[in-house]
Design a protein around this ligand. Structure first.
Ligand code: ADP
Ligand code: ZN
Length: 645
């Protein structure tokens, strides 16, 4: 993408024809006025100081004057003719513009009348040339000046060009890791970057490749920017921050050139951190966002970014941190090795996290000793760090308005209420009923995961909304990483676990919700694949019905080569298998009803529970009833399997 510099010029004209034309016209008009104007220019160039009067006349007038003998000398240029003569005893300078190009009679006439004449080629030719070139030169001067301004981003400027300029600063931030709370795992993951930046030589001597790009993924306001800043602050390196969207507002070509400048600066000041907020604005998948035109700017900027990241060697200690809350729409090229190949989740804080964040932010305000921060943390489920910071500040404003000396609990509660009112509009707050539904739903998943042979066990259950869509989640990590084969037993177990959410809603809430949509989709897909791809059913036997194609590219398009009748049969089989499993899941949940109740209660209270807690609840329940422990059975089988591998 080295030719971007050249493209830039063309694009500037192409995309701003009006502006270019306007500038050009103004300059041309000014130049013509100044140089050609009304002939004064010529007059002063070839004029005779002793003349006392100048008259504009036509060419034929001049010829008539010559014939009448009123002219004493003539100066000729290709553009004009200047004749000195006298009129009633006064010296007069006659000037005629627009001289005909060819007049064979003129010179013989001058000879005949014995008039002194001379041709002044130089002056006229030069002035003509300057007149032609100068507008162009001035135009380019102005244009380069504008381009410079945009690149440097001095802000303001003509037509608001260079709005984003202020963002390239490269200061060393004061922020430290202690300012970032409630995102401990994310903090752990970026800590090693600080070390790379502090002691780059150490790693280079060992031949280690320093990571170039780290993607911070998480909902808005969770502290991604803050974390990036803290990395720079801890490492004491310059922090270059830009917003992805700021590249796009500008003229085509400018975004790319700003990316180039940004990296140039950072490399000069290396070790350094470049932070790109909202990287999705430039990094949107080229396939997905294919609207007509208008994408040039983004595409160019993205290409430039990729080129820059590939361009600097692994021994340049510049690390690019980028933030997004929509990692799924990013162009795959961005996530490739050597680019943003590391992802760090910066999630919304749980209860403990919120408490930590509230503490960090209440350091700067005057709190009454009676404030119960734990209660505040409890009341703010689902809120992000930025919301919490806001609540503290808002409570200070409220207390100030009431002329209090300290912030009291009531001010904080009032501030929370206001925050939620604002958020409800943005649809980010989950109400109590939703929370209850999600608690049962996730408990259903968790229970099935623990009791079903072949299922992966629960790592963590959470009812904290994860930004987009999912209101809660149950995290399962397989015992062994990198497994490529799945047994039929495991696929069936997966189906049971997926159905657990919906079944729990039906049994314990008494109604079903849309929350299970994704689970059901996945369960259906598994059953379908078992039948038509893996040959695991009686319907098709070993006959593979679908050649699965590259599902990354075609969006899961597969070739069907079977009849309508077979299709019907498959549909029937899928439905009946799902139905059977659903009945089984409901029965299991029914048998463990009190365990589910307990789990949901704990979840409602603390929002996130570890897998060990889930198992403890189930174990206690089984022991209380003196039932044969399915949990223990599952654990034993899982252990045997692990050892066999
Ligand atoms: P993001 O970049 O994820 O949208 P920011 O880093 O811009 O979020 O957060 C905005 C502000 O909210 C921060 O400057 C800080 O005051 C507060 N904040 C957000 N998350 C946290 C956190 N985890 N710890 C402390 N403060 C936070
Ligand atoms: Zn679910």
């Amino acid at each position: 993408m080295n030719n971007n510099q050249n493209n830039q010029n063309n694009n500037f004209f192409n995309n701003n024809p009006l502006l270019a034309f306007a500038l050009f016209s103004i300059v041309i008009i000014l130049i013509f006025k100044a140089f050609i104007g009304d002939g004064e220019g010529l007059g002063t160039m070839v004029g005779d100081k002793s003349t006392s009067m100048t008259k504009q006349v036509s060419y034929s007038d001049v010829k008539t004057l010559i014939k009448e003998g009123k002219i004493t000398s003539v100066k000729l240029t290709p553009m004009a003719i200047e004749a000195i003569g006298s009129d009633n005893g006064r010296n007069v300078r006659y000037i005629a513009q627009n001289v005909p190009a060819v007049d064979k009679d003129l010179i013989p006439l001058l000879d005949e009348k014995n008039i002194k004449y001379e041709g002044i080629m130089g002056g006229g030719w030069l002035s003509e040339l300057i007149g032609m070139m100068l507008p162009i030169i001035i135009f380019f001067a102005i244009w380069m000046f504008l381009a410079k301004r945009m690149q440097k981003g001095m802000g303001g400027g003509i037509l608001g060009i260079g709005k984003a300029g202020k963002l390239i600063n490269g200061e060393k931030p004061e922020t430290r890791f202690s300012d970032v709370a409630g995102v401990e795992e994310a903090k752990e993951e970026v800590k090693e970057i600080v070390d790379f930046l502090k002691y780059p030589e150490r790693y280079m001597e060992l031949g280690a490749k320093i990571p170039k790009g780290v993607l911070l993924v998480g909902p808005p306001g969770t502290g991604k920017t803050l974390l990036a800043k803290a990395v720079a602050g801890e490492a004491s390196v310059p922090f270059f921050s830009v917003s992805g969207s700021s590249f796009i507002e500008m003229f085509v070509g400018v975004g790319a050139s700003r990316v180039r400048d940004l990296f140039e600066q950072a490399k000069k000041d290396a070790p350094a951190i470049i932070f790109i907020d909202e990287i999705d604005a430039i990094g949107k998948s080229r396939a997905s966002g294919a609207n007509f035109g208008g994408n040039d700017e983004r595409e160019q900027t993205l290409n430039q970014l990729l080129a820059e990241m590939d361009g600097f060697g692994t021994n340049t200690p510049v690390i690019v941190l980028a933030a997004t809350n929509r990692p799924e729409i990013l162009d795959a090229a961005l996530l490739r090795a050597g680019r943003f190949d590391r992802q760090v989740l910066v999630d919304k804080p749980d209860y403990e996290g919120r408490l930590e964040i509230l503490k960090v932010h209440s350091k700067d305000v005057k709190l009454s000793g009676k404030v119960d921060m734990a209660a505040i943390a409890k009341a703010t489920a689902g809120l992000a760090g930025a919301d919490l910071a806001n609540i503290i500040n808002e409570s200070a404003l409220l207390a100030g308005r009431l002329n209090k000396k300290e912030i009291e609990q009531s001010d904080l509660m009032e501030a929370i209420e206001r925050a939620f009112v604002g958020l409800e509009k943005k649809n980010r707050k989950i109400n109590d009923l939703e929370k209850k539904i999600v608690s049962y739903h996730e408990s259903g998943h968790a229970l099935m995961a623990e009791l079903t042979e072949g299922a992966t066990r629960v790592t963590k259950v959470s009812i904290i909304p994860r930004g987009l869509g999912a209101l809660g989640y149950t995290l399962h990590l397989p015992d062994e990483e990198n497994r490529f084969l799945k047994q039929k037993k495991e696929l069936l177990a997966e189906i049971d676990v997926l159905l657990g959410g919906r079944a729990a809603e039906e049994i314990f809430v008494g109604d079903i919700s849309t929350g299970a949509g994704n689970d059901l989709q996945r369960a259906t897909a598994i059953v379908k694949d078992m039948i038509s791809v893996y040959g695991m059913s009686d319907v098709a036997g070993l006959m593979v019905l679908e050649k699965s194609q590259n599902s990354f590219l075609g969006g899961g398009m597969s070739q069907k080569d079977y009849s309508e009748k077979t299709a019907e049969k498959i549909d029937e089989a899928v439905k009946s298998l799902l139905g059977e499993h659903y009945a089984h899941v409901k029965q299991t949940l029914g048998e463990y009803a009190d365990a589910i109740e307990e789990m949901a209660k704990v979840l409602l209270e603390v929002e996130v529970i570890e897998g060990s807690r889930v198992r403890a609840i189930i174990e206690a329940y089984e022991q209380e009833r003196g039932m044969p422990s399915r949990l223990a059975h599952h654990a034993k089988i899982a252990k045997e399997q692990r050892e066999a591998i």
